[in-house]
Structures are given as structure tokens and as C-alpha cells.
Ligand binder design. Sequence first.
Ligand SMILES: NC(=O)c1ccc[n+]([C@@H]2O[C@H](COP(=O)([O-])OP(=O)(O)OC[C@H]3O[C@@H](n4cnc5c(N)ncnc54)[C@H](O)[C@@H]3O)[C@@H](O)[C@H]2O)c1
Length: 284
Amino acid sequence: MSTTYISPLVPLGVQAAFAARSDPAITPTPKILQEFELKDRVGLVTGANRGLGLEMALALLEAGARVVYCVDLPEEPGDEWQAVRAYVERMGAGRLGYVSQNVANQKAMWDLGQMIGDKEGRFDVGIAAAGIAKVMDALDYPKEEFEQVLEVNTGGALFTAQAVGRQMARFGTPGSIILIASGSPTVAYGSSKSAVLQMARSMACELGPKHIRVNTVSPGYFHSPMTIPLLDSPAALAHCNSLIPLGRVATPSEIRGVVTWLASDASTYCTGSDIIVSGGLHAW
Ligand SMILES: NC(=O)c1ccc[n+]([C@@H]2O[C@H](COP(=O)([O-])OP(=O)(O)OC[C@H]3O[C@@H](n4cnc5c(N)ncnc54)[C@H](O)[C@@H]3O)[C@@H](O)[C@H]2O)c1
């Protein structure tokens, strides 16, 4: 299976400068932005009917991906997703696909990965962004709700990573898996996301020899449907803003750069890492 990856053996940076010095036939050309490009890559993003997942799917396409499959619960994607697809079409970028699926269904996720691999002939990027947050008092947290949060946030992240990782291993090509975690301390949601942090480290160690990288991104407070209940009044928003060194809750588009970098060859030596995007909230 041929790929368009920039080989680590292709001289970049200072090595390229040295190579050009000894070979006057080489025309020096800037390469750094090219390293961020996702030309012809195939990706999947869960929870991408809306919110941060949809932002990430659009970012991958803007960076050159051939196709990004969005996975979410509704049978049909919503207005926001439709608007993004129309925008992508007018841009002449790759395809935005939609698949209705529950990430907590392991077999269905594996089958979906297989279907995409069969159809596209490669699999390069997988982002697990599907998530639920049910905030309740720790001492009263009901068993069923606790299990559901773990099933979706932790189980769903694993099944997504498996679905895409199995295809990367099948094609024998490098890949980037990004699991969306969080720094939240709430008991069920925080526990489910802490497990995701360790999951990425464990998978990074196991999959490194296959050139499959696994990292997490930990967002702080972002405006999204998930945080509406938290930020639903001017007082609540002002309180939240006051906790953040940069003084404000993030806009969803502020996740784009980090995710595109992690998906791309600009981060080929980065695995088992957690990238925190919190406006400095974690720095206190
Ligand atoms: N918004 C924030 O401030 C924030 C902060 C830290 C982490 N996160 C994480 O970022 C990710 C995206 O969150 P968001 O803010 O965009 O929230 P969101 O609620 O807008 O999006 C989450 C999406 O996941 C989907 N989903 C839920 N359960 C699913 C399931 N079983 N199968 C498939 N899809 C399912 C939902 O339908 C929804 O579209 C989540 O993992 C969340 O925990 C968000």
C-alpha cells in the first residue's frame, strides 16, 4: 500500500540545509508548513455531529485530508454538520462523511473501521471525541450513571482507538490516534477521562513499534453544547473566566491547531503525550 508520508529519512531542517550546501542542484524550499499537511489522509472523528468533534473534523479536511468520517448518535446529522459539509464542498476540500453509531458498541466500531479501511485503502487518523458529562455529588453518584459515563467516555475511546488502530496495523502504515481527555475533577467524568490518559500512554507503548502514535488532548473550558449547563448565566461565565489565566473560556476553533499538529507529520516523535489546551487553567 503506497503512502504519501514524509519519510523521517528525507532531510528536513538543518539536515536539509547541509544537504543543499553540498549539492548546489538542490533548491532550498520551506518545508515546515508542508509537515502539517494531511494530503490524502483518511480520518475518523467520533462525537463529530457538533461541538469540538466537528471542529476537529473540519480542521483535518482544511489541512488536506481526503475524507473524514464523523461518528455520532443521531440517525441523521444536524444543521451545524450540514453547514460544515456545504462549506467543505464549496472550499473544494475532501469529503465529510457521517455514520450513526454508538461508540460503546465495540463490534460495530471494529466493523466500521474495517468498512472504511476496505473502501479507502488506508487509515491515518482517529480522534475519539464522543463524550458525556453527568455532574452529580460524589457521595450520591448512582451506579448506573457512573457505569454509563465510563462506558461511553472510556470504553468508547478504547473501541475507537481499536477500530482505527487495527486498520493502521493491517495496512502497515504509520498512524495518529488522538483521544480527547480532560482535566475535570468531577467524580465520574473525571475518572473516565483519567482512565483515557493512562489508556493513551499504554497504547502508545504497545503500538509504537507499529509506528502508530497515541496521544491525548486535554481541553480546559470550551464553549460547546456540553458546557452550556455550566456557563448558562453571565455570573457563571464570569466566574469561570476569572479562574482562567487567559481570562476567558475558549472558542471551539481553538482546538484546531493542536489536533492538526498531532494528526500530522509535524509531530512524528510525539506519542504517549498529553497536550493541555486550557488557557493556563492547569498552571495554577
Ligand atoms: N467542551 C469542553 O469544555 C470540554 C472540556 C474537556 C473535554 N471535553 C471533551 O471533548 C469532547 C467533545 O466535547 P464537546 O464539548 O464537543 O461536547 P458535545 O456534547 O458538544 O459533543 C459530544 C458529542 O459526543 C456524542 N456522543 C455522546 N455519546 C456518544 C456515543 N455513545 N456514541 C457516539 N457519539 C456520542 C454526542 O452526541 C455529541 O455530539 C468530549 O469527549 C468532552 O468530554 C470537552
